[in-house]
Design a protein around this ligand. Structure first.
Ligand code: F6P
Length: 323
């Protein structure tokens, strides 16, 4: 019988609970003992590792966040610190680990796997910046939350003939901003992958005003050099250049705390099931993700730290649609 632990790490993402439940119940079905690690890698160090039965993951499928807790543990980059975490698992006879998280979390998974532990990663981050999965757990829910806000902001923007800067999450990646911009009918998007000169943006907004638009929405990724705050500051002295009066809304962590969508629950469940299947087959050191619509895995060392390329042809489409 195997003894396998599961943890959630990094920024929480809607659907993480569904993934934990998937690991616990498919693992138990294989006759294994499953353990939950509290607060990401911090729980490996404390240690805070507890046995999980099927009832422990009852009623969590539909809840956002992660009932195990999550965290960012920079000291886990240190090999001696990781060795302590590994010892805590070994002392409990735990010989497998599922790491549910994004880029930083999977870097920890890769490091543990290089130290000899059987580790499988499950791709989860609202930023969608993890290579090895076209879409990661949490993205769909975060996008829908952003869209709901954008739809509302358009209503009030139209009533007052205003332009709005709406900042969405995405530290290094403009995926959420680009997709929310297209699906929300934004007049412009600002991404880290395609920086824009604020004066060019001002001209775009003015052109929209001149075309008779009652509002203009700009979706800005938080990781862009000109984030919403910097853009607002830049425009402060030159309001007349925009035509519109300007307001700014930062959505921030509201995008992280939502109820997971059907898509995220299903993706999380399928990835979790595949993670335990991988461990059962002795295939580890891998990240499971969604590739060309199928659940597949890639070696962790081929995906961790790799930049995920955003399809910038969609930016051109967004511009055309903003006419
Ligand atoms: O998890 C990704 C993310 O939500 C980024 O979009 C954002 O920059 C960051 O986490 C915020 O981190 P924290 O919750 O630690 O403030």
């Amino acid at each position: 019988m195997k003894r396998v632990a599961v943890l959630t790490s990094g920024g929480d993402a809607p659907g993480m609970n569904a993934a934990i439940r998937g690991v616990v119940r498919t693992g138990l079905d294989k006759g294994w003992e499953i353990f939950g690690v509290r607060n990401g890698y911090a729980g490996l160090l404390e240690p805070a590792i507890e046995s999980l039965g099927p009832r422990d993951v009852g009623g969590i499928l539909q809840r956002g966040g992660t009932f195990l807790g999550s965290g960012r543990v920079p000291e886990f980059r240190n090999e001696e610190v990781r060795a302590k975490g590994l010892r805590n698992l070994q002392e409990r006879g735990i010989d497998g680990l599922v790491v549910i998280g994004g880029n930083g979390s999977q870097a920890g998974a890769l490091a543990l796997s290089r130290m000899g532990l059987a580790v499988v990663g499950v791709a989860s981050t609202i930023d969608n910046d993890l290579a090895g999965s076209e879409v990661t757990i949490g993205v769909d829910t975060a996008l829908n939350i952003a869209l709901e806000a954008i739809d509302r902001l358009r209503v009030t923007a139209s009533s007052h003939k205003r332009a709005f800067l709406v900042e969405v999450m995405g530290r290094n990646c403009g995926y959420l901003a680009l997709m929310a911009g297209i699906a929300g009918g934004a007049e412009a998007v600002v991404l880290p992958e395609a920086e824009i000169d604020p004066d060019v943006l001002a001209a775009q907004l003015h052109a929209a005003y001149a075309r008779g638009k009652a509002h203009a929405l700009v979706v800005v990724a938080e990781g862009a050099r000109y984030n919403a705050q910097r853009l607002a500051k830049h425009f402060e002295a030159h309001r007349e250049r925009l035509g519109f009066d300007l307001r700014m809304t930062t959505l921030g962590h509201t995008q992280r705390g939502g109820t997971p969508s059907a898509f995220d629950r299903l993706l999380a469940t399928r990835l979790a099931a595949s993670a335990t299947d991988h461990l059962a087959r002795g295939e580890h050191g891998r990240l499971v993700g969604l590739i060309k619509g199928e659940i597949r895995s890639s070696p962790l060392d081929e995906v961790v730290g790799l930049p995920k390329v955003l399809d910038l042809r969609l930016l051109e489409l967004q511009r055309i649609l903003a006419k």
